[in-house]
Design a protein around this ligand. Structure first.
Ligand SMILES: [Fe+2]
Length: 381
């Protein structure tokens, strides 16, 4: 399929700096050329729809909803991956970093145990040519847990990892500075009684003292040895940003304060926020709103986090919410910027010679919807 050649016409092409009405030609899986007005020769008329680069998603935990559709119910891994992949590409995402967690967060954590089964399912299906999106790996490492370094080491000995994030969800800091929000969050994960919650909090604080520092350094070394990009997670203070700079982090995932976000930006660390935060108008953990960061010029990447469809919604919503941001700039936050932050130089923009990862988007009553998608020139949706 990737050697197919075709031309799209009557398109609103979302380019680096402008939206241009015109046509686009694909050959051998690449964008050959594009221009104003009408093309010569036969073409597929897209009826004035937008043509965007395929979206690039760096941090989605949505696979977990498919592998464990109900608490303690494990779904067959290949079936879960196929359903997830269809949803991802239907949301306009042609490159996805599947977020897999290492380091058990609670004793009830079933997702981490499914890690190897899931990774095998993804690589088997990828090898068989059955996945629609391009699947890469984001290993999410909960640093203040006993087994995280060993799990990450054994995973990376067997499989490629393109992005490693360093997370620390110890109570009273970073994402969970607000303990009431933390209590609500963990109730959903089965910690319903006050006694259980208090015991969990004490245990986590003790684990932080014992493991966080040493494990973070070991994980940074592992990531660097494999050439994976590194993300810091939920940075809140200038000290935490300074540590991220030391660790040669390229992405600040979900900084929780304006101070941490602007300091990251100043240090050339790309600031990523959740698209659901933007679409909903605030953070579910009570931290800083993505829209406020965008207004301050500190927002560079959006991630769909827990709702795949939020990525495209946010790209179209952001210019309506923040006047200083154009549609091409908002689209760059879900395409070119995440590509740059992870070293993917072959995609992320409508430009000659780049991979023909392209989506056709209709906007109806302010809601964007994906009509067609191509990955390396092959139709995948
Ligand atoms: Fe977090």
């Amino acid at each position: 399929m990737s050697d197919e050649a075709f031309t799209l016409s009557n398109a609103r092409l979302v380019l680096r700096d402008s939206v241009q009405h015109g046509w686009l030609r694909v050959e051998d899986g690449r964008i050959l050329e594009f221009g104003d007005g009408d093309p010569t020769g036969p073409s597929l008329n897209v009826g004035g729809d937008y043509i965007l680069p395929g979206l690039i998603e760096l941090h989605t935990d949505h696979l977990e909803a498919h592998i464990e559709p109900r608490p303690k119910v494990q779904w067959e891994p290949k079936a879960a991956v196929l359903a997830y992949d269809a949803q991802i590409v239907g949301a306009g995402i042609t490159t996805v970093f599947d977020s897999l967690r290492v380091g058990a967060l609670t004793h009830r954590d079933g997702v981490s145990k499914a890690l190897h089964a899931l990774a095998s399912a993804i690589s088997d299906l990828k090898g068989a040519g059955l996945l629609r999106a391009d699947h890469l790996t984001h290993l999410r490492c909960e640093i203040a847990t006993p087994d995280v370094v060993e799990e990450a080491r054994s995973y990376m000995a067997e499989r490629d990892v393109q992005l490693v994030s360093l997370m620390d969800h110890t109570p009273g800091q970073r994402q969970f500075r607000d303990m009431d929000k933390m209590r609500t969050y963990y109730q959903r994960h089965g910690l319903t009684s006050e006694e259980d919650f208090s015991a969990f909090v004490s245990e986590r604080i003790e684990m932080h003292a014992r493991y966080a520092q040493e494990h973070r350094k070991a994980l940074v070394r592992l990531a660097q040895a494999q050439g994976a990009a590194i993300a810091s997670h939920d940075d809140a203070t200038l000290d935490q940003v300074a540590e991220a700079i030391d660790d040669r982090v390229s992405i600040a995932e979900f900084p929780t304060t304006l101070e941490a976000a602007t300091a990251s930006r100043a240090a050339n660390i790309k600031v990523m926020m959740g698209a659901p935060n933007l679409v909903r108008g605030g953070s579910h953990s009570g931290n800083i709103a993505a829209e406020d960061l965008a207004r301050a010029g500190a927002l560079e990447i959006l991630s769909s986090d827990y709702v795949p469809g939020s990525l495209l919604m946010a790209a179209f919503d952001l210019p309506r919410r923040v006047e200083s941001i154009t549609l091409p700039q908002a689209v760059a936050m879900v395409t070119r910027n995440p590509a740059e932050a992870t070293g993917l130089s072959d995609r992320g923009e409508i430009a000659a010679d780049l991979r023909a990862d392209i989506i056709q988007v209709a906007v109806h009553d302010r809601t964007p919807s994906v009509r067609r998608a191509w990955r390396a020139g092959a139709r995948v949706f």
